[in-house]
Design a protein around this ligand. Structure first.
Ligand SMILES: [Zn+2]
Length: 288
């Protein structure tokens, strides 16, 4: 075995053991507890399971949200750990070293090194799910800026020219891409345009005005990414990436809104679905 990875998610905590070909040889899932002390104990339990398979393996742990670089306190909407020193408490509980990464970063990292983006130099992993987030890799290494916010593209404002409603976002601003582009956002967009409630799968299958508005919205996000990070490739993850043909439809919608004389990034669906968190964490553990 080469490394172990743990993905601490809002509903489950998954641990996997990877061999030299980066295949997950063994995987164990447990439910995510609802309180902080049990959460730390559950991560400790997964580390103990990995250690029982092979002691002293390089270990990576993915956690949603961010950590304050000064105080070490967690900011996370999906875990009972906000304003807690989660990384420090996990390290104390497990009594060994581990590398930590943000879940969106680890998705981007696993896709850029081993997944759909592996042939490209600059890869943005874009998660279109409950929220919109991502991570950016250059030369198959994670790019980390001053605050670790390079993937927070869901909180960029969408263009006024789209003529879409300004809704409040969880981040405290209004008119963020996430408010209409995430899974719940697409439902709200469908309500706004069609006047009735439909699921993202229904909206996509209907392929009417609401889905076309969503494609235009995400194409505008791709245009924003092109003018800032200018990635060669965008790899789509999250629940909305499972809409049949969505990468092709977004590619077609994006090209007309790129800067004149430029090509849109290649847009691809992720190779690793739900397993990108553990794989990315394990990869991080062996990164020099
Ligand atoms: Zn926002």
């Amino acid at each position: 075995m080469i490394a172990g990875g743990i993905d601490v998610g809002g509903t489950k905590i998954e641990a996997s053991l990877f061999d030299g070909n980066w295949h997950a040889v063994e995987t164990r899932r447990i439910e995510t507890p609802a309180n902080y002390a049990e959460l730390v104990a559950a991560v400790q339990d997964q580390v103990a399971w990995l250690e029982a398979q092979q002691a002293g393996l390089p270990l990576g742990i993915g956690i949603p949200g961010r950590h304050d670089s000064q105080s070490g306190l967690a900011f996370t909407a999906n875990l009972p750990a906000s304003q807690k020193p989660l990384r420090a408490d996990i390290l104390e509980a497990i009594g060994r070293d581990a590398r930590f990464g943000n879940d969106c970063d680890l998705f981007a990292y696993s896709e850029a090194t081993l997944g759909a983006g592996r042939k490209f130099n600059t890869v943005f992993g874009l998660i279109l799910g409950t929220g919109i987030g991502g991570g950016f890799c250059v030369g198959q290494k994670l790019f980390q800026g001053a605050n670790g916010t390079v993937g927070e593209v869901g909180h960029l404002p969408f263009p006024a020219s789209l003529n879409l409603p300004q809704r409040a976002c969880g981040c405290g601003r209004t008119g963020c891409f996430e408010t209409l582009g995430s899974g719940p956002g697409m439902v709200a967009l469908g309500q706004h345009i069609n006047g009735h409630t439909a699921s993202p799968a229904e909206i996509a299958a209907e392929d009417g005005e609401a889905f076309k508005a969503w494609l235009s919205l995400i194409a505008a996000l791709v245009a924003s990414l092109q003018c800032t990070l200018d990635p060669d490739c965008i790899v789509l993850g999250g629940g909305l990436s499972n809409i049949v043909g969505v990468a092709e439809r977004l590619s077609a919608a994006a090209q007309p809104v790129m800067l004149k004389g430029t090509s849109a990034p290649i847009i691809l669906k992720a190779k690793f679905g739900d397993s990108s968190g553990t794989r990315g964490a394990a990869l991080l553990a062996v990164q020099a």
